[in-house]
Design a protein around this ligand. Structure first.
Ligand code: FCB
Length: 449
């Protein structure tokens, strides 16, 4: 039975830098992504978010699309450099945009789910060390407190951080995301301060403000499998799982970093004194829900040529346009593992979706069959997980719109709405129509008329 209760939340997700544009309007200053995308070789085609989907000016039209879809909720993020364009200087004009958006969502009966940090760190913060500087926790709190003060009574759910793995490891270790550094010590410090700022924000909202709005964090998790049964490949899988998943799950749910990984990382990080007394308790503070972004499984094998002894292995699974394995069964295994090892909190799938090479057909439609099948498989998995009492409370499809896909620029389309970036024309893809049908019926079964 692939049915959903009436309380189950169906939504779509976006993030500020990927859709807003209006990069220098109403007082906004630069973020690390404005800077990173201006450096040749960092982003495909030297694309940037200056205009993106021009959502800042077209949000009314975009809320109309949400209404057509019939979603219960819309997940978006706030651009920190709009709210604090300079250190210590609040900008009410930047906040105004989110107030207008939220009130429009309310009038459409759509619940706002708001992410505070989806990677657009203000340049002023970066210039003082960014997330590697422990002061970043204070800067983030000043921003978070202002958002709570102005918006908490109208927000249905707060997400402190989106995917600290990407912000920390892709940004400071692998160098493929802003700010483009390649330094493991910086990466671990950045992650630690991001997690600490999460704990501080939860503590502040719940205990100091006494708010009842649910708050949590979103991690990107990818279940890791060894390419063979060999001891070496199993070691590789253990390390990859530590690097991708446990480095984040363990501090949040168990209040410690995994020792095997601390040991492995100590090849590059000789001093863990940035972890101060009380930090782990703060990081593992109880939340109201747990957010997961799920895209694909990972298959790895041993190599002595990489820092942490693992590398991606050849996989014969069908792939999305990102080259990622389509793996709904492994998604189910991941959730079962989380229930056994980590948490009983309600889980929201805060992102799931796929990029494919879409085109608009001569009849004006977008026949995105690959995406439709991907989405159906994963929503079916969610329904099956709930039959097993896995308590998945909601599902947010990534993404409402084709948008700036980070280092891939506009080359990769994740939207259920096609965006022509020359004209800004929006066209709902077939998956969008199918999603609307699923939401309306609260079921994957096609209801024949
Ligand atoms: C996630 C990000 C999101 C988007 C999707 C495809 O890692 O949170 O912004 O880029 O991947």
């Amino acid at each position: 039975m692939t049915r959903f209760s009436k309380d189950f939340i169906f939504g779509t997700a976006t993030s500020s830098y990927q859709i807003e544009g209006a990069w220098n309007e109403d007082g906004r200053t630069a973020s690390i992504w404005d800077e990173f995308s201006s450096i040749p070789g960092k982003v495909w085609n030297m694309d940037n978010g200056n205009i993106a989907c021009d959502h800042y000016h077209r949000y009314e039209e975009d809320v109309e699309i949400l209404k057509t879809l019939g979603v219960d909720s819309y997940r978006f993020s706030i651009a920190w450099p709009r709210i604090f364009p300079e250190k210590g200087k609040y900008n009410p004009d930047g906040m105004e945009f989110y107030k207008k958006l939220i009130s429009l969502l309310h009038s459409a009966n759509i619940k706002p789910a708001v992410t505070l940090y989806h990677w657009d760190l203000p340049m002023w913060a970066h210039e003082q060390g960014g997330w590697t500087n422990r002061e970043s926790v204070k800067w983030f709190m000043e921003y978070a407190e202002k958002c709570f003060e102005e918006l908490d009574d109208q927000v249905d759910m707060w997400i402190t951080h989106n995917e600290p793995w990407c912000a920390g490891f892709l940004g400071y270790h692998q160098g493929v995301h802003a700010p483009g550094h390649k330094n493991m010590e910086e990466a671990l410090k950045a992650v630690h301060h991001i997690l600490l700022s999460h704990g501080e924000a939860v503590d502040y909202l719940k205990n100091k403000r006494q708010s009842t709005t649910p708050i949590g964090i979103t991690l990107n998790l990818s279940p890791v499998y060894p390419a063979s049964d060999s001891m070496n490949d199993q070691l590789a899988a253990n390390n990859a799982d530590g690097y991708t998943n446990r480095w984040f799950l363990d501090p949040i749910f168990k209040g410690n970093y995994p020792l095997d990984m601390m040991n492995l990382f100590s090849k590059y990080v000789h001093d863990y004194s940035f972890i101060k007394e009380g930090d782990m308790k703060k990081i593992s503070i109880e939340c109201d829900f747990f957010g997961i972004n799920y895209y694909n499984r990972s298959l790895v094998e041993f190599t002595s040529a990489s820092d942490f002894l693992f590398t991606s292995a050849y996989s014969d699974y069908d792939k999305t346009g990102m080259g990622w394995d389509i793996s709904p069964n492994e998604f189910k295994q991941l959730i079962h593992r989380l229930r056994q090892e980590y948490t009983t909190l309600p889980i929201y799938i805060t992102e799931n979706g796929a990029a494919f090479d879409d085109t608009v057909a001569p009849d004006g439609k977008v026949y995105d069959v690959g995406r439709e099948s991907y989405v159906e498989k994963h929503i079916t998995a969610v329904a099956e997980l709930n039959e097993d009492n896995m308590n998945i409370a909601g599902y947010y499809l990534w993404s409402l719109l084709d948008n700036f896909e980070w280092a891939f620029g506009y080359d990769k389309r994740f939207g259920i709405t096609y965006v022509d970036f020359l004209t800004q024309k929006r066209t709902l893809k077939n998956t969008g129509f199918r999603y609307a049908e699923i939401i309306k019926n609260r079921s994957l079964e096609k209801i024949l008329i």
